[in-house]
Design a protein around this ligand. Structure first.
Ligand code: RRO
Length: 322
């Protein structure tokens, strides 16, 4: 049995979006780990390929060795989002190359592979393995997972990020996107280090570390991993502020994400300085959210806060001097 896809595909105006030398039909991509394209293809069949919700597909994080992930429970729902403690379960590099890569290569959009290691050498090995694969358009370095012990070792400190880039940059000519954490003193300083040491783009925000207590076991955390990563509308304003801060510090292209549910939210991130927008938690609610958001964004157009006839703000500010 396959399910029916109901949403219309993003109608692009013919305009293409350039990102690190990759041509995209619109500026909406997925956040790594929030859309399982292989499972979605099983559910929706080839209709998924005709109605693919994103302009590029970012894979779930791959590590060198297979991982089972964190013990359950792995999710806690909030009024304005959720906390995840997935712990990056994956088949490891060999399993990914054998099973997942051939299936992901059939998607109708460029493939960005997200990788993570617990040392620069490990990340360099992963990057080198994908460097020669034509199926892969770019690599995203996950230095921002809040849910594993070593997740933030290289992402919370500009010097560690610089050392990682020094190890990894010589291993590939493909674009390298560095996924930044909001769980550090200065994401903009980490972005600047990434830029100076050869990154091609940055993406932000990954999830914010958070915790929920078990309602039936006083003093005990709900999540099997103890803490988790907060995402969804709760983090949207934080993402906006951090994207703006990073934009003021670096010239690199930015993939902005955090709580995007509508075209308006995407427009706001673009206006804050992002070049592309990632949709994450919203895709769990609606797998075709990416498509809907791309259509909404296109309808809004640029400079949507302005009155088109006069180029004046649609709603004037109240004067602070009167
Ligand atoms: O798998 C996860 O628990 C996870 C990862 Br790799 C990540 O980068 N961000 C997140 O919120 N969860």
């Amino acid at each position: 049995m396959s399910f029916v896809l109901r949403s219309s595909q993003a109608q692009t105006s013919g305009r293409r979006y350039g990102f690190c030398g990759i041509e995209l039909a619109h500026p909406i991509v997925n956040g790594s780990g929030t859309f399982d394209a292989i499972a979605a293809r099983r559910a929706f069949g080839d209709a998924l390929l005709d109605r693919f919700p994103f302009a590029a597909f970012v894979s779930k994080t791959v590590t060198l060795e297979p991982r089972q992930g964190n013990p359950p429970p792995r999710l806690w729902e909030l009024g304005a989002g959720m906390i995840n403690s997935i712990g990056l379960p994956n088949k490891g590099l060999a399993g990914y190359l054998a099973d997942d890569l051939p299936q992901l290569a059939e998607l109708p959009v460029p493939l960005i592979v997200n990788v993570m290691g617990s040392s620069p050498d490990q990340v360099a090995t992963l990057v080198a393995a994908f460097a020669e694969r034509d199926e892969v358009a770019a690599l995203e370095l996950n230095i921002s997972c809040p849910n594993v012990r070593t997740g933030l070792l290289m992402g919370a400190d500009p010097g560690e990020t610089a050392a990682l880039l020094d190890a990894v940059r010589p291993r590939t000519a493909k674009p390298l996107i560095v996924k930044l954490t909001p769980n550090c003193a200065s994401p903009a300083a980490v972005a600047a280090a990434a830029e100076q040491h050869g990154a091609d783009a940055v993406s932000l925000v990954n999830t914010l570390r958070g915790m929920a207590m078990d309602p039936r076991r006083p003093g005990e955390p709900w999540l099997g991993g103890g803490t988790g990563g907060v995402s969804g509308p709760a983090v949207r304003t934080i993402a906006l502020a951090q994207v703006r801060e990073v934009r003021e510090r670096v010239r690199l292209p930015i993939v902005g994400m955090g709580g995007v549910q509508t075209g308006r939210h995407a427009r706001d991130l673009l206006d804050a300085g992002a070049d592309l927008v990632g949709v994450g938690t919203e895709s769990f609610r609606d797998p075709l959210a990416g498509n809907r958001i791309a259509v909404e964004l296109q309808r809004i157009g640029a400079n949507s806060g302005m009155n088109g006839a006069t180029s004046q703000p649609a709603r004037p500010r109240i004067s602070q001097n009167s």
